[in-house]
Design a protein around this ligand. Structure first.
Ligand code: FEO
Length: 392
């Protein structure tokens, strides 16, 4: 891997992680990822913006050989995939100071054990003159931790956005060359990392609209030299209005719940509603998360096991609750053997979302014609709910 020049005096010094398949020991990374770090040279000062994951220390060390002097290190975000090597960088450049938000200071000390006198906090809107180049710091909390900020290089119109606008995609290309190719990794990234903070991004969006941006340089995935593509995608993803679609997260043990899901799927499809069923026994949770970005209704379908939800369903419900999608409605269907507390469990788990709960359809044993009729009615109810919500 080599240093790449973006424009004169601005370089990518990050690392591709082609083989990584899980983030946070949870999130599937089918396309690997990258950790982007950038050098910006002014006439007087040279800065490093973010670092890379600690597993890629050798690559960063090799890239930094081209830069004998770094005066300042900017930490836009303290998660370890960007900050983990900051102590190494500060040791390598003993004169360098670390710039971050005041909210980051405590995290720098507790997570990275950096001495307090190496840290300088920067205010929202504060400018740093590098000599012919000016970086403006924009506090932008919760993209994706509370301490995050963006760094905007005014003369070159480059927004260093760290996690915001990132994509989990390892690539040899510095710039996005194929927008169709980047769309899914970018949406996957949004769904898994940014969706819980959708409302906060929405609130802070006018700040972004006030910037003239020629490049968006995130800390994962390639750089956008046509930023309108990702800005337009985010505008749609953070908007409150879902689409006329239903996501069904389901598991079946002996086929009864599967038959219920199949019936409901085709009844909904017959109403012109897009249906996205995920058999959790085989589904990629990343695809499920991506479908949550726009779904208007979420149906959880579970057999009853040991009186409650199937564990795979419980895991998916936990994820839905944590990701806080924009869905308006949620429902529960499933088959049970003799007794079930599954719906009560589901309601208790959905404590950070405000879905309107539809009447559950729980069936004892294998569904008969009269049971399937209840699912047909559920499909009609969902259609009417979507219509009332203005989605049809
Ligand atoms: Fe890429 Fe929140 O770290």
């Amino acid at each position: 891997m080599a240093v790449k020049k973006l424009v004169n005096g601005i370089f990518w010094v990050g690392a591709e992680d082609w083989d990584r398949r899980l983030f946070d020991s949870l999130i599937p990374l089918p396309d690997g990822t990258s950790y982007n770090a950038y050098i910006v040279r002014g006439r007087d000062l040279t800065v490093l913006i973010d670092a890379v994951d600690p597993t890629k220390k050798d690559i960063l060390a090799s890239h930094l050989k081209d830069f004998p002097k770094i005066d300042l290190v900017i930490a836009n975000h303290l998660e370890q995939d960007h900050s983990g090597l900051i102590p190494y960088v500060l040791e390598r450049y003993p004169q360098a100071r670390l710039l971050a938000t005041s909210a980051a200071k405590d995290l720098i000390i507790t997570h990275l054990h950096v001495a307090e006198d190496r840290i300088k906090t920067v205010a929202d809107g504060e400018r740093l003159d590098l000599g012919g180049r000016t970086i403006r710091f924009i506090h932008f909390p919760w993209v994706h931790w509370p301490e995050t900020m963006l760094s905007y290089l005014e003369e070159d119109k480059i927004l260093f956005s760290c996690d915001l606008f990132g994509s989990h995609l390892a690539s040899s290309e510095l710039l996005v060359e194929d927008e169709k190719r980047i769309y899914e990794p970018a949406k996957r990234y949004f769904a898994e990392i940014m969706m819980p903070f959708r409302k906060i991004i929405q609130k802070n969006w006018p700040v972004l609209e006030g910037l003239e941006v020629q490049f968006i340089a995130p800390s994962h995935g390639p750089i956008y030299d046509k930023p309108a593509f990702i800005l337009d995608a985010y505008k749609k993803w953070i908007a409150d209005q879902p689409e006329n679609s239903v996501l069904i997260a389901w598991v079946s043990m002996h086929g009864s719940t599967a038959r219920m899901v199949d019936h409901l799927t085709w009844e909904l499809a017959g109403q012109g509603i897009k249906v996205m069923p995920f058999n959790l026994a085989v589904a990629d949770l990343g695809h499920l998360a991506m479908s949550l970005v726009e779904a208007a209704t979420i149906i959880v379908a579970s057999p009853t096991i040991l009186t409650g939800l199937h564990p795979l369903v419980a895991e998916a419900v936990f994820l839905v609750n944590a990701l806080r999608p924009k869905a308006l409605f949620a429902g529960f269907i499933g088959s049970y053997g003799w007794k079930s507390r599954a719906f009560d469990q589901l309601k208790a788990m959905l404590d950070s979302v405000r879905f309107e709960l539809l009447n559950p359809v729980q069936i004892k044993g294998d569904p008969r014609a009269e049971d399937l009729a209840l699912l047909t009615k559920l499909a009609v109810d969902i259609y009417q709910k979507h219509q009332t919500a203005g989605l049809i």
